[in-house]
Every structure is written in C-alpha cells, then in structure tokens.
Design a protein around this ligand. Structure first.
Ligand SMILES: [Ca+2]
Ligand SMILES: [Ca+2]
Length: 498
C-alpha cells in the first residue's frame, strides 16, 4: 500500500498528539535588548552631533524606527535603569540616587521586572555587561533577574597612570584619552563577543531575551588611536556653548548637580582638556557602535534577524561643556535625550517618530510586540502605534525627574522645567535647540507654562529608604536644600565656578 505524503503527515500529527495548527504557529519573536551607558544624542540617527560616525546605528535605524524625541525618566544610571526595567517613574519608587538597589525595598522586592515578565512567558533570559546599575543582589540572588549571566564588562584595559591631570573631585573615573592597548581587552569587546556566542548557539525551541549592556562612552573614556583618529584634532568637534548661558537659569538648577565627580567646563578649559574629552567621548561612541555592529552581524548570520525584536537605548545623556558643566544630573536635552531605536517584526523600516517617548515605555512595547499578556501595573505606554506608523500621535509628554520636586516636561515643541523651590524654565526647542533662552518669565508664554504645569507628576515620592549619592532634598517650609546630606545655603558659592 502506498501512502500519500499528506496522509502520512496527518497520521504523524495524530500519533504525536500534536495539533497541526500548533506545529505551524509562528514562534514568539526573540528580543535583543542593547543598552549603552551615558550615550547622549550624539549618534547618527538623532543628528545630535554633525561629525559623529555611527554607521551601525545608522543601519539599525534604517531597518527600524527611531524615537527621535525620546527621554530618560532620570538623568542618572540607577534611577533611570530601575525605572526602565520596572516601568515605574522615579517619583513612584522614590529611587533617585545611585542607591538603593530596588529589591531591598519591601514595595518592589517581588515586582515583576521586564526580563522576569518574559521568563514567565516562556523565554530564556540572558544578560551580559551593564543592564542594572550594580550587581543585582550579588551572585546568590542575581539568578532571579536573568537565567544566564555572561561577563560583567566594564572598563577592561586601563593605563598605568592617569592620562589627564587629577580633577577637583579626585575621582579615578574622571579620566580620558588615548593609550596603547588592544581593543579585545576592553570590557565592551568581551561583552559583544559573549553576545555573539549566544546568538550563534541560540536554541531553536525556545525564544530568548538577550540583554547586552555596554559601558562606554561612560567615563573613563579610554580609547585606542584607531577610534580617536576618526575625529579631527581641532575645535570643530566642540559643541556650541554660551559663556553666559546660566545667567537666566535659576540658582536652584545648580542644586541638581551641586557637587559632582565630573569637572565643570571651567576646569576642563583651564587644563586644556575640552577637545580631548569631546574627542575621546566621540571615539568611544564609535567604538561602541562597532560592538553593536558585531552583535547585529551575528544576528543576521544566525538567520535570526527576521524573528528578533531589537531595541537599543541609553540610560541618559551627558553634557560635554554645555551649560558650563560636564556630566549628567540635569533636566536639559543633552542630559535627558537618548537613543531609542526599535527594529524587527512589527516595526516599520526607516521611520522616525517625533512624538515624545519615554524609556519606561520599552517594557509595555516589547510585551506587545512579542504577544505577551499586557500588564495593568506599568506606568509606561506601548509605542507600538508609533512603531507601525511614525505619524501616530501621543498625548503624553516625556517626563524626567531628578530628585523629588524637580521635573522636566518635554512635549513635541517645548521643554518646561520646574524645580523644587518653584523656579521654572521654558525653551522653544525648534527655535532654540541649545536651550539658551529661558522664556519662563515672558508673559507671552503664560498659557504654554500653564499647559505644561498640568503634567507635573502627581505622585512625587520622598527618597526611598537607603537613598544615597546625587540625592537632593528640599524643604519648602524652611527653604532648606541638602545635597548628599549637606546643607546648601542660598549664599554658598557654586562649587567649581570660582
Ligand atoms: Ca549611565
Ligand atoms: Ca541661558
């Protein structure tokens, strides 16, 4: 007797007890979740710096959608990453500083994070490099966060002694420049290599959530000559600044970055380090771009690109002289605006959304793109409408908070800032992209101010138990501000300016 192939297939399906519909159903897409640390908008897809070279990010943008107006929820590692991974605002958790680790708090110790939601829905979760700020509870408990942990990354090869003069804060991370070493000895190279190995060996029968966290261009920006040589050794690389820019920003704006390890522009200029800092930062961005390129090439080679959602983000930006400072901890564009690019199944190619977007939107967006059950306890809103049609509108602005009471509200056109003492700023971004002219006291814009004040967070939590490092508190009843626990008086000279 001769059996026709279709009959054989049906027989096999019956014998194996497996309905044909299940066998043919497409598997859930994988997730490749790429984080960059302290990467501001100086990347090709955001057009934040005219000379930056990021060919691999450009290619990722060409095969996906760029959120051109995306902002972090806090301009600092730990609070930004906690917010992103839980889809909760810093003003909800009270996590504003570099401490605490959120699992030490009763309210959040069992909170289902983004990778945990994927694990609960059948995904294998893997991580390497910097995703959370810190060791995620240490080796004993970090297995609760991800199934498999790769190399931790970080700085890697370091020079024998400092490359630049010691900065006023004497912090060892405040260093940058070229020294001879091998790119393969950099932590970020090893992070990319491990990610490539995981993609090459990805099991076919289970979707994965692979989180790859790069450290550069976070300081110290140590770099090899090859990347440094991508940029001219002259002032054409410097960002535009105005020496009098802070004359119309409230004194309280200084309180959000009162005393930082990062030096002020004054020190950087007096020590002839501005060009070297900017060039080292740009070179580090290009080096990371190349590592992203290695991981994306492995995704293609493994034949996974069509069934993998890629998301690339940075935890916040970085000033390199703008507004007289270097570092983060501000509510201006250079500190809040970040790369946020999605690509893969369900995402329009080569598109750019101008709508305000927030990093805490990543959690519900990935869940929807991958067909996971929606959660009702997230504060983010899915970006899938914008990823399908870049012209789709959003009603909510992007909100960034730096400690209780200090908030930046970014709509399509405006940036509004309110500090804890009630002082304000307003910028018309298309007219004034460098945020040089504060319009908050201009009566012509009183209705714009009123419209933006409506969006100030209604929940504005006290700092969580164990808060430390970059924590600013303010008591309006007594007009008392404290930076990292130390009283700041109205008459105190601003550190690093005199
Ligand atoms: Ca960071
Ligand atoms: Ca100004």
């Amino acid at each position: 007797m001769t059996l026709r192939p279709a009959f054989v297939l049906m027989l096999l399906v019956i014998l194996s007890g497996c309905p044909a519909a299940t066998a043919a159903a497409p598997a859930k897409p994988n997730v490749l979740f790429i984080a960059i640390d302290d990467q501001n908008d100086w990347v090709g897809p955001l057009a934040g710096h005219p000379l930056v070279k990021t060919p691999h990010l450009d290619r990722l943008a060409a095969r996906g959608t760029t959120l051109f107006n995306a902002h972090c929820q806090s301009p600092l590692c730990n609070p930004s990453r906690t917010s992103l991974m839980l889809s909760l605002r810093p003003t909800t958790t009270g996590i504003y500083g570099l401490a605490p680790w959120f699992r030490t708090l009763d309210a959040w110790k069992d909170r289902v994070s983004l990778p945990q939601h994927f694990k609960a829905n059948g995904y294998r979760t893997l991580t390497t490099g910097k995703i959370y700020h810190g060791p995620a509870g240490g080796p004993q408990s970090r297995g609760q966060e991800f199934d498999l942990w790769g190399p931790g990354g970080g700085i890697g090869a370091r020079p024998e002694k400092r490359l630049i003069p010691e900065t006023p804060g004497k912090h060892p991370a405040m260093d940058w420049g070229v020294f001879p070493h091998n790119d393969k000895d950099k932590g970020d190279y090893q992070v990319a290599s491990w990610a490539v190995e995981q993609l090459q060996a990805a099991p076919q029968d289970q979707p994965f959530f692979l989180a790859v966290g790069f450290f550069l261009p976070h300081v110290p920006c140590f770099i090899t000559q090859k990347w440094y040589d991508l940029y001219p050794g002259d002032d054409s690389i410097l960002p535009p600044i105005r020496a009098d820019d802070r004359n119309d920003t409230p004194r309280f704006s200084w309180y959000t970055h009162w005393d930082l390890p990062e030096p002020r522009l004054k020190w950087v200029q007096e020590n002839h380090q501005w060009q070297n800092l900017v060039r080292s930062y740009l070179a580090s961005t290009s080096f990371i771009d190349a590592q992203v390129g290695r991981v994306l090439a492995a995704l293609d080679t493994a034949g996974l690109a069509d069934n993998t959602v890629v998301v690339l983000w940075s935890d916040h930006g970085f000033h390199l002289g703008e507004k007289s400072i270097t570092g983060k901890n501000t509510l201006w564009e250079r500190s809040t605006r970040v790369p946020l690019i999605f690509a893969g199944p369900g995402v329009a190619k080569g598109a750019r959304s101008m709508q305000p977007a927030e990093l805490l939107d990543i959690y519900p967006t990935l869940a929807e793109l991958c067909g996971l059950p929606a959660r009702s306890d997230l504060e983010g809103i899915s970006l899938v409408p914008q990823l399908q049609n870049a012209n789709a509108t959003r009603s909510r602005p992007a909100i960034t908070s730096h400690n209780q009471g200090n908030h930046g509200i970014r709509t399509e056109r405006w940036r509004y800032i309110r500090y804890a003492d009630g002082t304000e700023e307003l910028y018309d971004i298309p007219q004034d992209p460098n945020e040089w002219t504060n319009l908050a006291s201009d009566a012509r814009f009183s209705s714009v101010l009123a419209e933006h004040r409506r969006w100030l967070p209604r929940i504005d939590a006290d700092p969580a138990r164990g808060s430390a490092n970059r924590v600013l508190t303010y008591d309006p009843a007594t007009d008392t501000a404290k930076w990292e626990g130390t009283l700041v008086r109205r008459s105190d000279p601003i550190p690093g300016l005199q």
